[in-house]
Design a binder for this molecule. Sequence first.
Ligand SMILES: Nc1ncnc2c1ncn2[C@@H]1O[C@H](COP(=O)(O)OP(=O)(O)OP(=O)(O)O)[C@@H](O)[C@H]1O
Length: 395
Amino acid sequence: MGILPSSQFPLLVVLNPHSGTKQSLDQFNTVIQPALAKANRNYTLIESTTQGHAQDYFLTNIKPILTDLVQSLTTTITSFAHDASNNSILPSSATLQVMVLGGDGTVHEIVNGVLRGVEGTPFASEQFRPRIEFALIPMGTGNAIATSLGITGVQDALDRFLAGRAVPLRVMTVSTRFKDANAVSDSSNNSNNNNKGWVPRVYTVVVNSFGLHCATVYDSDAFRHLGNERFRMAAMKNVENLKQYKGQISIYGDVQTYDRTAKSLAAISSLDATKPTTVLPGPFTYMLLTKQAFLEPGFRPTPLAGTSDEWMDLLAVQNVGQAEIMAMFDGTSTGEHIGLETVEYLKVKALELETPEKGRLCIDGEFMDTEAGAEGAVRIEMEEKKDVQLFYVYA
Ligand SMILES: Nc1ncnc2c1ncn2[C@@H]1O[C@H](COP(=O)(O)OP(=O)(O)OP(=O)(O)O)[C@@H](O)[C@H]1O
């Protein structure tokens, strides 16, 4: 990489005017556009018009975009190499920069659009893999990824983009046993252990949840006009009508479990990848599986999570009452709640959730209805395939 000076390749700027408190366009006009002009950066602006627009845009256009990019790199290489045979020397990678003025939902859409667009094609293969670098301008409600990376606002995000240090944005895969039109891949032979028969449905980069958190996100849309406050309002509504969500979580592969006494993680090696390393029997009051430490500023439910690490952080609270849930929430601003007896905290590679009734999962702010029983189970795992690990974020 680095064959073309990055200033010569146009940047894609994805702007969601609906994110957060709808300030994206104003911030683009007043802060981002002047800064890009000053830095002599060309860009193409993509303004999303509906839910799903950003995903569809990348699904449709990622191959032509990469073709243009590779062509510009190839021309440069051959002109430098004076290739006598006149054969093109194709690069094995190319970097595409995508600036996002929006929140986590917009990043989720782009990741899924890109992956659906390139999977099973020569655009994500042993011979060629793109590198997609996100500049996250936090204009959403939660901005979990940006907040977890310590990005404090628009100017800070811009400075980090211009400084150019990108870290991996690791991806989780959510699979079901049944196949439908929404499956992201035809293959049910993911290279990870113990996952034969699972069909990848969606890729996630922030959080998958079940129980109170999922119900909170579901209800929070009605409070969108309140900005960040919408999650607190919806959470209070759900604590008042506290429910227990029946289900069992089976964790596969290596595990790190938080030891409350030692205040550190203890490793448990998996001896047999086909058998669960640990089982949480439920019912669940609250359950989160994340890649980000913060889900919004001041809310740090999985404080040991790492955007770039190889683990998913699981926070589970089983069968507790209102007082225990409120005590847990009290600790989430500092992360101290992981020391509570009622809280299970683990770093995991893969888990399966099976519920006796139909249910709902929250997947990066979107919702997935789940079926009852073993056939309706959901598997969530750290994605190990190189053809999926294409994403980086300026940090
Ligand atoms: N023009 C639009 N009108 C309505 N919805 C849109 C539009 N463009 C995108 N969307 C949808 O807006 C939703 C929210 O986007 P985004 O995640 O950027 O903001 P947020 O939900 O406020 O932030 P966060 O996810 O960080 O909490 C996404 O589901 C996206 O599909």
